[in-house]
Design a binder for this molecule. Sequence first.
Ligand code: ATP
Length: 235
Amino acid sequence: MLLLENVSVKYGAIEAIRGINMEIKVGSVVCLIGANGAGKSTTVNTIAGLVRNQGGKIFYCGEDISRWETYKRIEAGIAISMEGRRIFPDQTVYDNLLLGGYTRRKKMRELRRDIDQIMDKLPILKEKANQLAGTLSGGQQQILAIARALIAKPKLLLLDEPSLGLAPILIKEVYKIIKDLHSEGMTILLVEQFAQYAFSISDYVYVLEHGKIVLEGKPEDIKDDPRLTSAYLGE
Ligand code: ATP
């Protein structure tokens, strides 16, 4: 579904990612692990078109999308839930979901029906539909951020650090949702710094260090590699 070929991104003189090659197969969960500043957000933001790659190519469903605007990538089925959740705290939960359907705004009735369906699946959002999103707990806000990305009806879901800042019990809740999405056939790129949970549900893992992929493989094949230090997996 997605292929990154030798992708590089610079911010001025800073080389954030350097010649990255990655592949995400249809229906798989791929995990990108890396420390603070390794280039994880740059990678997902580049796939979403929020950041431009100066080198290399990005192929999505066989097409080179490297020069596509973000809205076109969203319409083609790429959705991103950005690091730090980025919900609109002063809008209701329902309105946050509506905003997730911005590219589908011309078909409002269909959009509202899909929002109802997603709220049926994630009852906490239904319960809090008319509450301001800023009043939700961190875990609930993360669930809202994922739901908002789903409203765009993605084929490829990019999740940037969904466990960031959450207590372990809430991480489990969020990961249950990610697992369910996977079993329904969603293709997911999961970016994490501490990856105990992500590792356990991923089909394939890439480890990023200083903007380069230093290790990749199936979780069972690389789990004992010393480069996958306890910093990423905990003990
Ligand atoms: P974190 O977990 O802290 O978000 P990350 O792995 O997602 O880290 P990036 O945010 O992609 O890493 O950052 C990679 C490098 O690029 C870092 O050195 C960072 O300081 C730099 N960087 C990121 N965004 C910008 C920007 N807008 N302008 C300049 N430098 C940036």
